[in-house]
Design a protein around this ligand. Structure first.
Ligand SMILES: [Zn+2]
Length: 271
């Protein structure tokens, strides 16, 4: 993926395939969820599921090259056993396939501090990306570090290399952060721009493109579900008028796609 002078490459780490209604019921009282929590809601959206009708939740990050900066956006699930013993991922191998070692990464920016985004931040109490500056929004640091076991364990060893941001800022030429709170208090979108070209990395503001198709879809694991819903709906309204390509942190194959305005219903197109 090229955005003018910027290059954006998926860095795959791990994948979980789950019946979609169970995914959207995760962490909530049975029967209290909105659209997406009933298997019937998914019937018109088989194109977004795998051959067995499961939702593929890919995990990993994105490498953004801006000049001589090599920025890793999110750090995957990590090497530790999670999800009932399933082994974590191959993020470092994926980076190696792009010709990069962990030491080549200049910046790690985390869209938020959920466990499936901080997995490779540190390992055995040492930073995995020894030369990188690590960043996330101050609100996520305050919300997770010290209370959430995984975020605390992963983030504490990089404290000396860490810089929080508490306002939108330019991380590198053509790479800007934008607060999009709701999924977590400091959930951050990366806006990539070069000349007239634009794209966005939207973290977990949505988990599956279906959440952008109409405003009724519920989200997944939102810290503040109502705020997250407003943020998703506002983003969808923006995307259908701008045609900007977006990739979320868990889209299949970490692919980009576009939200297209349609007659009565929006459409999603990968690629
Ligand atoms: Zn996530």
């Amino acid at each position: 993926m090229k955005v003018g002078e910027l290059e954006i490459l998926p860095v795959f780490d791990a994948m979980a395939a789950i019946p979609p209604a169970s995914a959207y019921n995760f962490g909530i009282e049975p029967g209290t969820g909105g659209k997406g929590t009933d298997a019937d809601d998914w019937a018109p959206h088989a194109d977004l599921l795998d051959a067995e009708g499961r939702l593929e939740i890919h995990m990993g990050g994105f490498l953004v090259r801006s000049g001589d900066r090599r920025i890793l956006v999110d750090a995957g699930l990590g090497p530790d056993p999670v999800f009932g013993g399933e082994q974590g991922g191959v993020l470092l191998e994926s980076l190696a396939a792009l010709g990069l070692s962990a030491d080549d990464i200049t910046d790690v920016v985390l869209t938020h501090l959920h466990f499936d985004h901080v997995g490779w931040v540190s390992r055995d109490d040492a930073p995995v990306f020894a030369n990188a500056t690590y960043r996330c929004h101050q609100r996520d640091w305050d919300h997770f570090v010290g209370t959430d076991e995984v975020a605390t364990r992963k983030m504490t060893p990089v404290q000396e290399r860490f810089e929080a941001f508490d306002a939108d800022f330019t991380l590198a030429p053509g790479v800007d952060t934008r607060l999009c709170a709701g999924h977590t208090p400091g959930s951050t979108i990366l806006v990539l721009s070069s000349g007239a070209a634009r794209a966005m990395l939207i973290g977990d503001v949505v988990h599956c493109p279906v959440e952008l198709l109409d405003d009724e879809w519920s989200g997944l694991s939102d810290v503040d579900p109502e705020m997250a819903q407003r943020a998703r709906n506002a983003l969808a309204a923006e995307l259908e008028t701008t045609n900007v390509p977006v990739a979320a942190a868990h889209f299949p194959g970490l692919q980009f796609g576009r939200l297209l305005a349609g007659e009565g219903r929006r459409n999603w197109l990968f690629g």
